[in-house]
Design a protein around this ligand. Structure first.
Ligand code: C2O
Length: 537
């Protein structure tokens, strides 16, 4: 194992897209930011120095950070932000994981421009469990606003409404030629006939689940969220914000130029966004004048495709990569996901949109929750988050106005979990305001997606249909529109771990909570002491 060092300088830089130039927050002046290459078993030391007039905090999305939440990054959950002129070194081991993950700013909406890839190579001398590709490419899917993102969000908050949608989707920061002034902002890869390519695809978009396809070429899905899957072939993938997907593509078509394209998946009735980002897959020796063809993508609201695609995802569960799925459950949790409306004296209409779990809208604390837990600081949070919603109702039936207004407490309410206990959590979408798909991300863990369905979860009938053999293992799961998803994990990582909808819009409205996982027996199962340079509040 090696020690790998990276220097991340947070700087503001002028970048132009879609005929608009604006200053954006970057790492090392790059957009998207630098890729971290590391090998399973290595230690990473990433020094973040903040030269910008924004508070900063960086999350290593999907890295488990065993006993080491200090390196996890979500602002006010595991650390206070790195202030202007300050530095913090994220120091962590990459153990028991290999594959594609990513990093992003975890404060406000700054991840709009502050994000990059993490490629974890398998241990030296260890092959992939699929045919060795000839080459690899990274594709980061993102979003671009012509206006300053902070202004966009502030404007939305003032009105108490969703802020303006992004102006483009992007692939490696580039929207591609279907957008104005974007001919030169087009990402392209060159391929050789007969060769096999591994595409490491990350959805870094703030608010959109995306379909992705390559014209004329099938993809073989081999990994999701840095966990190998049973390979299957598909002409399109679905990827939610936070998720990663590795696919193999064979350059086995007529040599030419082919578009790779990303289009939102939106099956909620309220929103429509059909801006397609494109990049080019180009065979060697084909002139740039050849017009590429577009892939067939599922329709914007193709729920059937989404459900059947997700149903194909299975853990490899091989002797080398067993699925360590908890078969016995110690603790059962049921959380409703709701969008609601709360009074807002400072908003133009006197109300604002909110979001909640079990009708509770999360309030951000002023100090890091992990510090508060580690040092037993009083009055920062309580551990009385309910295991069940306050009033069971027909979640996906007619909206219940009684539940529209959510509860906001003075302090965050968290759920306390005993060390090493096994947890089953059912996330249930509700029709309070409108049903919508929500990509839920848990920090500090992977979980198994044992079941999913449309309508109301039925505790009597649905568990019998759970996949307890080879359920997909991941860190972010899409809870279907007007449906539910059941996940399981073993709480063997002590700390305070954030869980939230990875749609930035919903996170901002309070669709988040955290688990306090207690220390285990003895120091080797307890939270590590905090690093000396942990940022103060
Ligand atoms: Cu990728 Cu808490 O987020």
């Amino acid at each position: 194992a090696e020690v790998k060092r990276y220097q991340f300088d947070i700087q503001v830089k002028n970048v132009s897209r879609l005929c608009h130039a604006k200053p954006i927050v970057t790492v090392n002046g790059m957009f998207p930011g630098p890729t971290i290459y590391v090998r399973e078993g290595d230690r990473l030391l990433i020094n973040v120095t903040n030269h910008a007039q924004y508070n900063m905090s960086i999350h290593w999305h999907g890295l488990k950070q065993y006993r080491n939440g200090w390196a996890d990054g979500p602002a006010y959950i595991t650390q206070c932000p790195v202030q202007t002129g300050r530095s913090y070194t994220y120091d962590f081991n990459v153990t028991g994981q290999r594959g594609t993950l990513w990093w992003h700013a975890h404060i406000f909406w700054l991840r709009a421009t502050v994000y990059g890839d993490i490629v974890i190579m398998p241990k030296q001398g260890t092959a992939y469990p699929f045919p060795q590709p000839d080459f690899e490419f990274n594709l980061l899917l993102g979003e671009w606003w012509n206006d300053d993102v902070e202004d966009v969000v502030k404007q939305g908050n003032k009105l108490g409404l969703p802020p303006k949608m992004s102006d483009a989707h992007t692939i490696n920061g580039k929207p591609g030629p279907l957008f104005p002034c974007s001919e030169k902002h087009t990402y392209a890869i060159e391929v050789g006939s007969g060769k096999t390519y591994l595409l490491r695809i990350v959805n870094a978009a703030l608010n959109d689940e995306l379909f992705f396809a390559v014209a004329g070429h099938n993809m073989t899905v081999v990994e999701i969220d840095a966990v190998y899957t049973k390979p299957f072939s598909t002409d399109a993938i679905l990827i939610a914000p936070g998720q990663t997907t590795n696919v193999l593509v064979q350059a086995n078509q007529v040599p030419g130029r082919y578009f790779m394209a990303a289009l939102p998946f939106m099956d909620a009735p309220l929103s429509i966004d059909n801006k397609t980002a494109t990049a080019i897959l180009q065979y060697k020796n084909i002139p740039n004048t050849v017009i590429p063809s577009l892939p067939q993508l599922p329709a914007l609201n193709d729920t059937a495709f989404a459900l059947s695609y997700n149903a194909k995802l299975r853990s490899l569960n091989s002797p080398r990569f067993p699925a360590n799925l908890p078969l016995k459950v110690d603790r059962r949790l049921f959380y409703t996901i709701g969008l609601g409306i709360n009074p807002c004296p400072t908003c133009q209409n006197g109300t604002q949109l909110t979001a909640s779990l079990n009708n509770i809208t999360f309030v951000m604390p002023q100090v890091g929750l992990l510090q508060a837990h580690y040092f037993s600081l009083k009055g920062v949070f309580t551990t009385d988050f309910p295991d069940q919603p306050p009033t069971p109702f027909n979640y996906t039936g007619a909206p219940l106005t009684a539940n529209l207004q959510t509860t906001q407490s003075k302090h965050p309410r968290l759920s306390k979990i005993a060390f090493n206990s096994t947890v089953e959590l059912v996330l249930q979408d509700t029709n309070l305001l409108s049903v919508e798909s929500h990509p839920f991300h848990l920090h500090g863990y992977n979980f198994f997606v044992v079941g999913t369905g449309v309508g109301n979860f039925d505790p009597k009938k649905d568990p019998a249909k759970f996949n307890l053999v080879d359920p997909p293992e991941r860190n972010t799961v899409g809870v279907p529109t007007g449906g539910w998803t059941a996940i399981r994990f073993r709480a063997d990582n002590p700390g305070v771990w954030f869980m939230h909808c990875h749609l930035e819009l919903h996170t901002g409205w309070g669709l988040k909570t955290a688990f306090v996982v207690e220390d285990g027996p003895g120091p080797e199962y307890s939270i590590l002491p905090p690093p000396k340079d942990l940022p103060p509040c």
